[in-house]
Ligand binder design. Structure first.
Ligand SMILES: NC(=O)c1ccc[n+]([C@@H]2O[C@H](COP(=O)([O-])OP(=O)(O)OC[C@H]3O[C@@H](n4cnc5c(N)ncnc54)[C@H](O)[C@@H]3O)[C@@H](O)[C@H]2O)c1
Length: 435
């Protein structure tokens, strides 16, 4: 990536008293990204401080009675990073390592993602410090309900709309709807998205993120003259996002040559039989042991001869150690944050085009937006209508980011931040400061 204009150099940040400067975690990464984009914001940079502090952070104590009769307390968060463009939107993560800094950063990245694809939301995120695998179903339900009630003072269909994230799912969203509805006295399906279809969820939501990954990849391929038909594709993570994206690429004539998940890595030079692999994963829980494919060492995955690489598993997978071995022409980030900043620079130097997560995996939040609209109107769309509208939004978003990248000669990641921050700060400027 070309160097940013000189004024980008090493700004210092005034930090809120509740964060330690030497333990900023993901929030520190986010602040660096904002520094990178600030020189491109023109007169709007006057407002940039608004992006460097969350609007509202709520920390709650979540006590529940355990099955053995003891009382356990868990720490929960809901952070609303920015609400200039609309209500907060972002998932709820149940994980033992969740921290305030992490939830702050994730909420900020939701502000960026929602603005980058131009859905009318601000950014928010929530979480509980808990290993849900250690809870019984009853404990998990009580935890979810008490958390929902505790953050109920700031969430709501017109205020802040949670959704699933790591270790949360449609059932947890259903408990959240029920708890919030009991508290307010009417059935409020629009308080969360990612619900089961039987409870006001949207058709097409399950596949939306993978479909978005495919759509953005196909657009980038068109812009760069890469033919999807016959292209060699490698996918890390073959769950909701990677499985759907892999299937759609295969249906478009690409050859999915390598797939890695937590059980192993499978390879076929001729291309894997993707529907058969999906069935195998469904049956056995992973890709390992799939017939008709060669098993590779996990470390060999990154050096596989391919045109398109789709990291769709975890954050921090493409690193300084493996980025140099990547042979793909294009990386489509299905996961959140799969590429470390050092790896990003290595890929850029090699001429690998990286399609950043804030655009590539925004299909999920886009269909969440459709779900919320359908809940408000109590009128439901067909799956074709959902998919058509999704593709339209993703294509427009990609076109805007591509144009910005060309104009400023920056990476697509920086371009996505320029587009998003400009939208957020323009809304901030138009609204002015109250009082
Ligand atoms: N589901 C969505 O709508 C959505 C939206 C935006 C972003 N994302 C992001 O996409 C990523 C994947 O989410 P998902 O919903 O597909 O999850 P999932 O649980 O359905 O699938 C995760 C996949 O990653 C694999 N995996 C786990 N650990 C691994 C490891 N160490 N090495 C290789 N593979 C490993 C698993 O085997 C599985 O195939 C996450 O980063 C998530 O935050 C998901």
């Amino acid at each position: 990536m070309p160097p940013a204009p000189a004024s980008a150099s090493a700004p210092s940040h005034s930090l809120p008293s509740y964060l330690a400067a030497d333990r900023l975690g993901p929030w520190g990464v986010y602040l660096q990204q904002i520094d990178r984009v600030t020189p491109y914001l023109g007169s709007l940079s006057r407002w940039v401080e608004t992006l460097k502090r969350p609007k509202r952070s709520l920390i709650v104590d979540v006590p529940i009675e355990m099955d053995d009769g003891s009382i356990a307390h868990f720490e929960g968060y809901r952070v609303q990073h920015n609400l200039s463009r609309g209500p907060g939107k972002g998932g709820v993560r149940f994980h033992q390592d969740v921290t305030l800094s992490e939830v702050m950063a994730l909420s900020a990245w939701m502000s960026i993602k929602n603005a980058a694809v131009d859905v009318p939301y601000g950014g928010a995120k929530g979480g509980i410090r808990v290993d849900p695998k250690k809870l019984s179903r009853g404990e998990l339900e009580r935890l979810t309900r008490r958390y929902t009630s505790e953050v109920g003072i700031i969430i709501g269909p017109t205020k802040d709309i949670p959704a699933p994230d790591v270790n949360t799912n449609g059932q947890i969203m259903a408990w959240m709807v029920d708890t919030y509805s009991m508290d307010v006295g009417y059935t409020a399906t629009g308080v969360v998205t990612g619900k089961p279809v039987e409870l006001g969820g949207s058709l097409g939501r399950m596949e939306a993120t993978g479909r978005g990954v495919f759509t953005v990849g196909a657009e980038a391929a068109r812009h760069t003259g890469l033919a999807i038909e016959g292209a060699r594709v490698a996918v890390q993570g073959f769950g909701n996002v990677g499985g759907t994206a892999g299937r759609l690429f295969a249906e478009a004539g690409a050859r999915v040559v390598a797939v890695q998940d937590h059980t192993g890595t499978v390879f076929s030079d001729r291309g894997l039989d993707v529907p058969a692999l999906l069935a195998h994963v469904q049956e056995t829980g992973g890709v390992a042991g799939f017939g008709g494919a060669e098993a590779l060492q996990d470390s060999e995955f990154w050096g596989v001869d391919c045109d398109i690489l789709i990291p769709a598993a975890l954050e921090g997978q493409i690193t300084r150690e493996n980025a140099g071995r990547i042979r793909a022409k294009m990386v489509i980030e299905g996961a959140n944050g799969p590429t470390t900043p050092e790896a990003d620079d290595i890929l850029s130097d090699k001429g690998v085009l990286v399609l950043p997560d804030v655009i590539s995996n925004a299909g999920g939040v886009t269909v969440s937006y459709f779900e919320w609209v359908q809940n408000f109107s109590s009128f439901f769309w067909t799956e074709d209508e959902i998919n058509d509208r999704l593709v339209r939004i993703m294509r427009n978003a990609f076109a805007g980011v591509w144009e910005t990248a060309q104009e400023h000669k920056v990476s697509l990641r920086t371009a996505a931040f320029i587009v998003a921050c400009t939208r957020i700060l323009r809304a901030r400027e138009l609204r002015g400061l109250y009082p």
